[in-house]
Design a protein around this ligand. Structure first.
Ligand code: THU
Length: 134
C-alpha cells in the first residue's frame, strides 16, 4: 500500500473522532507487515485525561487482534469540518510505537496534498523500550 493510499484511510477515519471538547479530529491508519490496515480516531472525555489519541486507538485495536509486526502509520488532523493538516504524534503515542515497532517504522504525516515521512528513530531517539528490561 502506498503512503498516499494509507493517508487517504487516515483522512477518512477522522469521521470516527469523538472530540466534543477540542473539536479537533485526528485520523490514523496503521499498516501491518502483512498488509492489514487498522484505523483509529481520537476519543475524548469530559474528565480530559482519559482522552486517547487516534494513533493509540489504531495500535490497541491491532494489538488486541493479535498483531505484532507493523510497517507504517499515517496520521492527519484538524478542526472538524476543515481540511486535514500535519499532525505529529504526541509523546505518549511515540512511546507506544516504541513498544511494538522497530527503528525503521515509518510515520507519515499528511494533508490532502502534502506528505512528510519520518522514521521512529528520528522522532524518538534513545527511547526506553522493551530491550532495557532484558
Ligand atoms: N490528538 C490525537 O489524536 N493525536 C495526536 O497526534 C495529537 C492529538 C488528539 C487528542 C485530543 O483529542 C485532540 O487531538 C486535541 O489535542
Amino acid at each position: 500500500m502506498t503512503n498516499k493510499e494509507l493517508l487517504q484511510k487516515a483522512i477518512e477515519s477522522r469521521k470516527d473522532s469523538y472530540s466534543p471538547y477540542s473539536n479537533f479530529c485526528v485520523g490514523a491508519a496503521l499498516l501491518t507487515c502483512d498488509g492489514k490496515v487498522y484505523t483509529g480516531a481520537n476519543i475524548e472525555n469530559a474528565a480530559y485525561t482519559p482522552t486517547i489519541c487516534a494513533e493509540r486507538v489504531a495500535f490497541f485495536k491491532a494489538v488486541n487482534n493479535g498483531e505484532r509486526n507493523f510497517s507504517k502509520i499515517a496520521i492527519t488532523g484538524g478542526k472538524a469540518g476543515e481540511p486535514a493538516g500535519f499532525c505529529a504524534p504526541c509523546g505518549v503515542c511515540r512511546q507506544v510505537m516504541a513498544e511494538f515497532c522497530k527503528d525503521d517504522f515509518e510515520i507519515i504525516l499528511g494533508t490532502p496534498d502534502d506528505i512528510k515521512v519520518y522514521t521512529l528513530k528520528e522522532i524518538l531517539p534513545d527511547y526506553f523500550g522493551p530491550n532495557n528490561l532484558n
